[in-house]
Design a protein around this ligand. Structure first.
Ligand SMILES: Nc1ncnc2c1ncn2[C@@H]1O[C@H](COP(=O)(O)OP(=O)(O)OP(=O)(O)O)[C@@H](O)[C@H]1O
Ligand SMILES: [Mg+2]
Length: 479
């Protein structure tokens, strides 16, 4: 289906240029010269995205944006501006603009923004289909572009036979994504077998994976098939793959290369047809460098990497997750579903959640059970979910604590100076953002890139720290 884009700009030249660029890339274009005209067009025509100039005569771009988002929430709106201030950009983000482009416009930037916007809005619809008929603890929640893109990639690789390595901090949903890949794959009707390599004692992991003959080890009172055989025709999920012993690594490598396994204590080769998914919250590249993980095996499983982003990198997902978990835990405990007040949601979204979604889930469970009334307020959050609680508990090895364990007074001095880690962290964050904005000449997109964070997230931080908006480089209009 051809996507249709409505171009709204009072300058005819810009409309024409954009229209040429988009048409030559296969889009259909509609045009409007004012906000009012744009709304009239949308009443009569179908559009999938809108490119909207911010400085329009009459009803301005932000008002128009607001009107479009209210009436047509599925249309992605990209703002265009000649003199973007950070405040405009912030306001536009708040009102639900998908992206914010500054003039002069580059063809590539416009096309990229449009492609992303259309992809994300299609995914938003898609996620409902994905979740239909899933049980509560299999439902995938997220509306941030980061999360939706992860799902899209996961769905793409699901259709292939490729080995997938899922990395990400503890509690970010690695297992959920692994199941999703299996369910969206041609092997969905086959078994999904999970092995937690960290939970199995080193001397048992080989027989667990490959099976064994009777008497292969003390207690092996009968021959057993291993997980590779159980997963035949389906998917084998090697969770915490970084925790496998060297011997097990060698055997897994062979199984992957030759598609055969041998039970422990036997020399019969048995063919297996298994698709491998692996997950780890360790940095496997570093494990390879330090000689704890085989490089050849790493390359074998690292064919398609998927990274589950930490929750703090997508605070816009916190609300939906919180509301979802509130339903789940109220139902599970036979309690009425509480309402989460806006202030409570904002407080939750501003937390850093080192234990990620799992920690948030546990926090909501606690709130549902312990909060006194039918409404949960910001006060309940502060009282019942202490800041930096480790309720979600970060798995050992998942943090960089090693490097902090070394004696080093610098950071601690900073922490003392600010009266605690949270304030010291904020102070550092603020400094880094200021430096990035300086470096980018006030361009928020560029600053976000320098900082390695999402632009929408950076806007939130800029307002949190009330940073001075700076005029962007090359102030002035013109397309
Ligand atoms: N996007 C999401 N939507 C809904 N629930 C989620 C999402 N991501 C994670 N969860 C929930 O959070 C919890 C932790 O997820 P999961 O076990 O997949 O994390 P993990 O990355 O495998 O963690 P670990 O490294 O500790 O094993 C689960 O209850 C899971 O259902
Ligand atoms: Mg896991």
């Amino acid at each position: 289906m051809t996507s249709r884009v409505l171009i709204v700009d009072d300058e005819k030249n810009i409309r024409r240029t954009l229209s040429l660029v988009l048409t030559s890339s296969g889009y259909e274009c509609l045009e409007a010269e004012s906000g009012e005209a744009a709304l009239t067009v949308l009443e009569n025509e179908v559009a999938h995205a809108v490119l909207l100039d911010i400085g329009l005569p009459g009803q301005d771009g932000l008002q128009t944006l607001d009107a479009i988002r209210r009436t047509y929430p599925s249309i992605a709106v990209i703002m265009i501006s000649g003199r973007a201030t950070i405040q405009d950009a912030l306001e536009a983000t708040k009102l639900g603009a998908f992206d914010f482009l500054e003039k002069p416009l580059s063809r590539d930037r416009v096309l990229l923004a449009l492609r992303n916007a259309l992809q994300v809005s299609a995914l938003e619809t898609e996620i409902d289909r994905i979740n239909a008929g899933r049980s509560d603890d299999r439902i995938l929640i997220g509306e941030s572009p980061t999360f939706l893109r992860l799902l899209e990639t996961a769905r793409k690789v699901a259709r292939t036979q490729a080995t997938v390595l899922i990395t990400g901090e503890s509690g970010t949903g690695k297992e959920l994504i692994a199941r999703f890949v299996h369910e969206e794959s041609p092997r969905a009707n086959g078994p999904f077998i999970e092995v937690n390599c960290a939970a199995i004692p080193e001397d048992l992991i080989e027989s667990e994976l490959f099976g064994c003959v009777r008497g292969a080890y003390t207690g092996a009172d009968r021959a057993r098939e291993g997980k590779f055989e159980s997963a035949n025709g389906g998917t084998l999920f090697l969770d915490e793959v970084g925790d496998m012993s060297a011997n097990a690594q060698a055997k897994v490598l062979r199984a992957l290369q030759e598609r055969v396994i041998e039970r422990v204590g036997e020399s019969v080769s048995r063919p297996v047809d298994v698709r491998i998914l692996a997950a780890t919250n360790r940095n496997l590249e570093r494990e390879v460098e330090e000689g704890r993980f085989r490089e050849d095996l790493f390359h074998r499983i690292h064919v398609v990497p998927l990274e589950t982003p930490p929750l703090r990198a997508r605070p816009e997902d916190v609300e939906r997750l919180a509301v979802h978990f509130a339903h789940v835990y109220a139902k599970r405990n036979g309690l009425p579903v509480p309402t989460l007040q806006r202030a409570a949601l904002e407080r939750l979204a501003s937390r850093s959640w080192p234990g990620n979604v799992r920690e948030l889930r546990n926090a909501i469970e606690r709130l549902v059970i312990l909060s006194p009334g039918p409404e949960i307020g910001a006060g309940d959050v502060s009282a019942l979910v202490p800041e930096h609680s480790r309720a979600g508990s970060v798995a050992p090895g998942s943090t960089t604590s090693g490097s902090f364990a070394r004696r080093n007074d610098g950071p601690l001095a900073l922490v003392r100076e600010h009266g605690g880690l949270p304030a010291a962290r904020d102070a550092f964050e603020r400094l880094a953002i200021e430096a990035a904005l300086d470096e980018s000449g006030g361009n928020v997109s560029e600053a976000a890139r320098l900082l390695g964070v999402e632009r929408s997230n950076l806007h939130k931080k800029i307002s949190k720290y009330a940073l001075e908006p700076r005029p962007p480089r090359g102030t002035g209009s013109g397309a």
